[in-house]
Ligand binder design. Structure first.
Ligand code: PSU
Ligand code: MN
Length: 303
């Protein structure tokens, strides 16, 4: 596949320096302007401060870009630019119509792998939606984790999802799910409250990097999911969020929201219901994930 890799990233990859992939759906569809642009910049800065090179990924004029300049980040963040949300399913049309797109976890993983980047930081992955037995709404992030060899660092599946079922699908798909310094699967905005145990707890970036090396050297292709709880000071306890989540799910149902609009709709609604409190939590957790991803990439680069 034809992709465009920024020179700095190309050099880092060739010389085995640590690189961290970052997604762009969170910029164009996950956070409101101008917090989205500030967060996109802060994520790159956090990765650099750790000594790794950030690689934000998106599609411009039908060409997947690995690493974006300030102008491209600003274009993604601008609510007037009408950027498509692009998951695996949407990639062919983006390429053929030569348009711009912001990549989800699934699409970002795919391009990161194509570029040779092993570690990727996001906010929360998509998963099995509540009521999926009727709606069949399961994020394309899950099958991508099953097939694409990239380590994804997140703060857990978003709490709007069915977390136990999401874990079941990951188990079926052979995806190791690691709790970083935690025993319970974190729920994105909350440190815990899911009542679901992590299948595997690891407490250091070195142990995670070692697992990655062993997995892929053994020929076990596919992703690894690291769940990293939001810092205590920034979390919204699960109980306090319950009403906002219930209301968001009800409104989405009433308005007949389906397909790729579901997740951005729910996130927006929860932000309104919490008077913006969820926004601060969202920003804090992605930053926290970018830092851990950089630590893992650093350790992984010292093979
Ligand atoms: N995490 C966030 N905000 C987001 C997302 C994740 O903090 O907006 C995005 C990711 O790009 C993820 C997508 O892949 O939501 C999932 O969308 P869906 O449920 O439609 O697959
Ligand atoms: Mn969906």
């Amino acid at each position: 596949m034809k992709i465009k890799i920024q020179d700095e990233i190309k050099d880092a990859l060739v010389s085995g320096q640590p690189v961290v992939a970052l997604e762009s759906t969170i910029i164009s569809h996950g956070l409101p302007y101008p917090d989205n642009l500030a967060t996109a910049n802060a994520l790159e800065e956090a990765v650099r401060q750790k000594g790794a090179v950030p690689a934000t990924i998106a599609i411009f004029d039908g060409l997947p870009h690995i690493g974006l300049d300030a102008e491209k980040l600003a274009l993604l963040a601008d609510p007037n630019s009408k950027i498509e949300k692009v998951s695996r399913r949407d990639i062919p049309y983006l390429l053929s119509s030569r348009t711009h797109g912001a990549t989800t976890v699934a699409a970002t993983m795919l391009f990161a792998k194509t570029a040779g980047i092993a570690v990727f930081a996001t906010g929360g992955i998509g998963g099995v939606h509540r009521g999926a037995s009727a709606s069949f709404d399961i994020s394309a992030d899950l099958p991508e984790l099953a097939r694409t060899s990239v380590c994804v660092v997140c703060a857990g599946p978003k709490a709007i999802l069915d977390i136990p079922l999401t874990l079941e699908v990951l188990e079926t798909s052979g995806v190791p799910v690691i709790g970083y310094q935690c025993d319970e699967v974190p729920a994105f905005w909350s440190q815990g409250g899911t009542g679901t145990s992590v299948p595997l707890r690891l407490d250091t970036a070195d142990e995670i990097a070692s697992l990655l090396r062993h997995k892929w050297q053994a020929g076990l292709e596919g992703g690894v999911l690291v769940t990293n709880p939001v810092p205590k000071a920034d979390e919204i306890p699960a109980l306090e969020l319950q009403a906002a989540i219930t209301s968001a799910l009800e409104q989405a149902e009433i308005r007949g929201i389906t397909g790729k609009k579901v997740t951005p709709y729910l996130l927006d609604h929860i932000r309104e219901e919490t008077d913006g409190r969820s926004l601060n939590t969202n920003k804090a957790l992605v930053l926290n994930n970018a830092r851990l991803a950089a630590d893992i990439a650093l350790s992984y680069s010292k093979k």
